[in-house]
Write a protein that binds this ligand. Structure first.
Ligand code: TRH
Length: 377
């Protein structure tokens, strides 16, 4: 048991689901695996409810799966700061909360994930704000960063039995099928029509699973439909596309584990795709000055560093095409030709990354060091 078992996490939902996705997983892991009492302050319960369906949006405070969820707005009152407070993604702690913090409060700003090399140098730096110290904690792919969010049983969870796989599809009212299965979660500016037309033209059947979300209009347009509903299956040539509900986080993890290729985006689904151990194509969150492309290439270079060359080239080509407005049938087919190699490569990289200390554990170790005034490294 830690000496400082009470942590507060602040989550501001800026855009999409990544902020709450990461904070919710982190809160649960700190509670379940490190026996911490966690209060999670969320500024938008409506959006959070999509990932945490048990949330009652009319309640300002509630406990879900052992985590105290507190609606955070301009009127939220704070009496005591927790010994450790996580400010997620530079969301700016409210002044009223800062006023309750002591010089001894461990204040950690949890940054966005990036595979860029500068992260190693910036991780664990700190700056002073009056009597308080703000520490910058950078997730990352090397041992000198803050690591990746990963529950201890994640590998076992992704190794589902055939009966569990069948039950998963059954719950979605879909039959298990022996064909190539692809999950599709991306931003609407991706070349979705190009990908779907390549899948349709490919010479073997493909089943594509799309959780309901912002891309449904683009998908409907591709099929010449005005709209699509959850439960719809549409077929064109060799492509069968299934619109499924937006899943719980656990359900989404199972979808990733049950598919052969996963298209993922942002931050949290990207990390989950790694742990699923399946080939995936990542679309980073769009940023100015092509920053997202730098992030993409930093990741590809680190993750595919030891990959056999033709599989690596096909992977880079498909990733690059997916960020621009063009994706050709040839790019898709080249990638599929490398699938057997990529399957074992992704599994190998997943297992290697899983040997590093995970982000929640690193946060706990880091906070204890700060409290005991032990320098990092
Ligand atoms: O939603 P995102 O685009 O979030 C983004 C990124 O985090 C980005 O870095 C950040 O700057 C921006 O938000 C503000 O993608 P991400 O990170 O993958 O988060 C999606 C979450 O939704 C993730 O926790 C998985 C979850 N999810 C489900 O629970 N069910 C589903 O059916 C799907 C498709 C996703």
């Amino acid at each position: 048991m830690l000496n400082h078992p009470h942590w507060d996490i602040f989550c501001k939902i800026v855009d999409n689901f990544g902020d709450i996705g990461v904070c919710w997983r982190l809160a649960q892991q700190l509670h379940n695996e490190h026996q911490l009492t966690v209060q999670l302050y969320i500024d938008d319960l409506q959006v959070a409810k999509q990932l945490i369906p048990a949330i009652d949006t009319s309640r300002s405070k509630q406990i879900i799966q052992g985590i105290s969820i507190i609606a955070w707005d301009a009127n939220t009152e704070f009496t005591n700061a927790a010994p450790v407070v996580i400010e997620s993604f530079a969301c700016e702690l409210p002044q009223a909360y800062l006023n309750t913090m002591q010089p001894s409060t461990v204040w950690i700003n949890l940054e966005y994930l990036s595979a860029e090399s500068w992260v190693d140098d910036f991780h664990a730096n700190s700056s002073k704000r009056g009597a308080l110290t703000r520490h910058f904690f950078f997730p990352g792919f090397t041992p000198s960063t803050g690591g990746l969010l990963r529950e201890h049983d994640i590998i076992q969870q992704s190794n589902q039995s055939p009966a569990q796989n069948k039950a998963f599809w059954n719950d979605l009212n879909l039959p298990a099928n022996p064909h190539l299965k692809v999950s599709l979660f991306c931003y609407p500016h991706a070349p979705i029509a190009g990908l779907l037309s390549a899948m349709a033209a490919f010479n073997q059947p493909v089943h594509c699973y799309v959780p309901a979300g912002s891309i449904l209009t683009n998908v409907a347009n591709f099929f010449g439909r005005a709209a699509l509903q959850i439960g719809d299956t549409i077929t064109q040539q060799n492509l069968s596309l299934h619109v499924i509900p937006f899943l719980s986080q656990n359900g989404y993890d199972q979808l990733l584990a049950n598919c052969d290729i996963n298209f993922v985006r942002g931050e949290d689904s990207w990390i989950r795709a790694i742990w699923a151990g399946k080939p995936f194509i990542w679309q980073p969150y769009l940023q100015t000055e092509q920053t997202h492309i730098k992030k993409l290439h930093a990741f590809l270079d680190i993750f595919f560093g030891s990959c056999e060359s033709t599989a690596k080239i096909s992977t880079y080509n498909l990733h690059n095409a997916w960020q621009t407005a063009v994706i050709t049938t040839e790019t898709w087919q080249d990638y599929l030709a490398e699938l057997p190699t990529l399957k074992s490569y992704h599994m190998q990289q997943r297992n290697l990354l899983a040997q590093q200390t995970d982000l929640a554990t690193k946060l706990v170790i880091f906070s204890e060091k700060v409290i005991k005034n032990i320098p990092e490294n």
